[in-house]
Design a protein around this ligand. Structure first.
Ligand code: HEM
Length: 184
């Protein structure tokens, strides 16, 4: 079940419909992305602070919020530059972000609303700044790709751990999951 980040990236690009035109418009607005990253980080952390569970995680260790603000700004800007044109480095970085969240125990129920906040706030800013709709569409698509990496990390990490611990085959594991669903 080991995930290959670059293969997953290509698959998500295809499924989500992230095109060359999307990449071009993002690159064109890379400076604008950098300019608004701090404001987006503020919305993001205000959102996380309103929920008692995420607020506890944010304040768990000294300096965490400060560190997170910096990593958010960098993450946000990378969506515009694509790092290596949304290539292997980009895919590896996104996979790594997913793994970090699984390790800390931040579940999809927190990550999805957080990403929805980013998409919503950036959409508002695009409107205020009179930017084209195509930029909003491109940003929404790359946000969904990044989200897919974090979500997929949960499946990969938990199934790999179960297979390792039990010695089950992938086939048996999948069968147990599908039959188990019937009891829910
Ligand atoms: C849109 C969804 C999210 C994005 C894009 C995002 C982005 C990031 C990035 C880029 C990192 C740095 C990863 C690294 O060290 O390599 C990180 C770490 C982290 N994130 Fe998120 N995050 C998201 C959702 C959340 C949520 C919902 C929480 C809940 C509180 C959270 C809490 C954390 C924490 C605690 C760390 C580790 C900070 C540290 O101690 O170094 N993140 N995140």
């Amino acid at each position: 079940m080991a995930l290959e980040p670059k293969t997953f990236m290509r698959l998500m690009e295809k499924r989500i419909g992230f095109t060359k035109e999307d990449k071009d418009i993002l690159k064109l607005h890379a400076n604008w992305g950098k300019e608004i990253a701090g404001e987006m980080a503020d919305y993001f952390y205000a959102h996380l602070s309103r929920d008692s569970e995420t607020n506890t995680i944010l304040n768990n260790t000294a300096g965490r919020i400060h560190r997170l603000r910096e990593t958010f700004i960098q993450w946000f800007h990378e969506m515009f530059t694509g790092m290596d044109d949304w290539g292997d480095t980009y895919a590896e970085r996104r996979w790594r972000i997913g793994i970090v969240h699984v390790r800390i125990g931040i579940s999809p129920q927190h990550v999805v609303p957080a990403m929805a906040t980013v998409v919503h706030e950036v959409g508002k800013r695009i409107k205020t700044d009179g930017k084209e709709e195509a930029l909003r569409d491109a940003l929404s698509r790359i946000c969904m790709i990044d989200l897919a990496f974090i979500e997929q990390a949960y499946i990969e990490v938990s199934s790999t751990a179960v297979l390792k611990e039990t010695g089950w085959t992938e086939g048996l594991f999948k069968r147990l999951v599908t039959t188990g669903v019937g009891t829910l």
